[in-house]
Design a protein around this ligand. Sequence first.
Ligand SMILES: C[S@@+](CC[C@H](N)C(=O)[O-])C[C@H]1O[C@@H](n2cnc3c(N)ncnc32)[C@H](O)[C@@H]1O
Length: 246
Amino acid sequence: MSDEFNYGEIYAPIYEEYTTVQGKVAEVDETVAFLERYCNGGSALELGIGDGRVAVPLSQTGVKVEGIDNSCSMLKLLAERSDLIKAWQGDIAHFNSERRYNLVYCVYFTFPLLSTREAQIACLRSAAEALDDEGVLVIELWVPGLNPLVGGQQTTNARLVDHENTIVNVSVHDPLNQNLISTLLWFSGTSVRRLPQRVRYVYHQELDTMAECAGLELAERWGDWSRSAFTKRSERHISVYRRTSP
Ligand SMILES: C[S@@+](CC[C@H](N)C(=O)[O-])C[C@H]1O[C@@H](n2cnc3c(N)ncnc32)[C@H](O)[C@@H]1O
């Protein structure tokens, strides 16, 4: 991945503020309650651990949390927040874990940052190998909403407008590679920040197929962290996979 799209290095300086305005800090308790159920007080590995938004409170419940991230800046933020978590720099598409975990999880739309199908399947394979016999893989993914993109191939939409912030997302669609090349423009006070990213969007059924290739089968699928049903109106899903043959 080129540096132009290194999510962690681009977002680290503003990550806490950004996740707060996006409501991701507010939903952490629900996320942790969801994930904790699969750990039995044991161990968990977060793929793309970031600044520990989820990992730190999960570790405070008694779960032994470890994590991988490819961004030095994100790992530095994590180290500043907690010394309870062992985290290392690496690529979540290709990792070998020395130990097995009750839970491996990849949340907040980290998975599509792997911008090729091969990288996504490799990630699922690495994750499957890191699970213990009863372990589960939890992935949070957004449901692609592509209608505005199909005709024009590019779109601009307002993500957030309040009395202090305006966040606008401009995307160009590359349908051959299922890629969205986007720039978030974040206007706040007198400053404007430009945050580029490239993602490969995936529908839930394709995720299931890739997971099957990696030796995983779907066990549960929910529409949010409070276990609402996943329906045709859902804008995201939380999918739980088990190994097909432990
Ligand atoms: C959207 S943030 C999510 C961070 C954290 N999981 C959370 O929920 O707040 C994505 C994280 O994944 C990391 N990341 C992106 N691509 C990666 C890759 N190929 N290997 C390892 N980490 C990656 C980024 O550096 C960033 O910290």
